[in-house]
Design a protein around this ligand. Structure first.
Ligand SMILES: [Zn+2]
Length: 165
C-alpha cells in the first residue's frame, strides 16, 4: 500500500459523489424487485467496470449482495480475480461476507455511503477491512451521499414494517 497517499482534492470529492450516484441508481433498481435497496459500482481510472444491485430476493440467494455481484462482473471484465486500481462504491457499509470478498479481490479503495450498525464489517460491528492479520487492507472513504442512501433504506423498511417502532 502507498504509505503516502495523495491528499484528496475537490475533484476527487466530486468524482466520488458522481460514482456513488451509479450505486444509488442500482439500489433503486433493487427496490423495484422487492430487494433491500443497496447498490454497488466498481470503477477503474474513472471508467465504470461493473454495477449491481442487491438481488438476494430476486435470485433466492443469500450471497447475491450488490458488492459480490459487482465484484464478479468486474473480475469477468478484467479477466482475473484481482481487481487492481479499482474503487468499489457501495451505498451501505459492507457486511462480513462482502468485506471478505473485497479483501480477496484486493480492491484498493472502498467508498461507502451510510453505516450499518447491525451488520457492518467496516468498523460498525467488526472491522474486516482494517484487520491487521489479513494481507490486504483497502483505503476507506465513508459518508459519500450518506443521507440519500439512509433515506432509501428507511423508506423501504417503513413501507414493509408499518407497525415497527
Ligand atoms: Zn454483503
Amino acid at each position: 500500500m502507498d504509505p503516502h497517499p495523495p491528499e484528496p482534492t475537490a475533484a476527487d470529492a466530486a468524482q466520488h459523489q458522481e460514482a456513488m450516484g451509479i450505486a444509488l441508481e442500482q439500489a433503486r433498481r433493487a427496490e423495484q424487485h422487492g430487494d433491500v435497496p443497496i447498490g454497488a459500482a466498481i470503477f477503474r481510472q474513472g471508467e465504470l467496470l461493473a454495477a449491481a444491485g442487491n438481488e438476494r430476493e430476486l435470485r433466492k440467494d443469500p450471497t447475491a449482495h450488490a458488492e459480490v455481484l459487482a465484484i464478479r462482473a468486474a473480475a469477468a471484465a478484467l479477466g482475473g480475480w484481482r481487481l487492481p486500481g479499482t474503487t468499489l462504491y457501495v451505498t451501505l457499509e459492507p457486511c462480513a461476507m462482502c468485506a471478505g470478498a473485497i479483501v480477496l479481490a484486493r480492491i484498493p479503495t472502498v467508498v461507502f455511503a451510510t453505516t450499518d450498525p447491525k451488520a457492518g464489517a467496516a468498523g460498525s460491528v467488526i472491522d474486516v477491512l482494517a484487520e491487521p492479520a489479513l494481507n490486504h487492507r483497502p483505503r476507506l472513504i465513508t459518508g459519500v451521499r450518506a443521507a440519500e442512501s439512509a433515506d432509501l433504506l428507511r423508506d423501504f423498511f417503513a413501507v414493509r414494517r408499518p407497525n415497527a417502532s
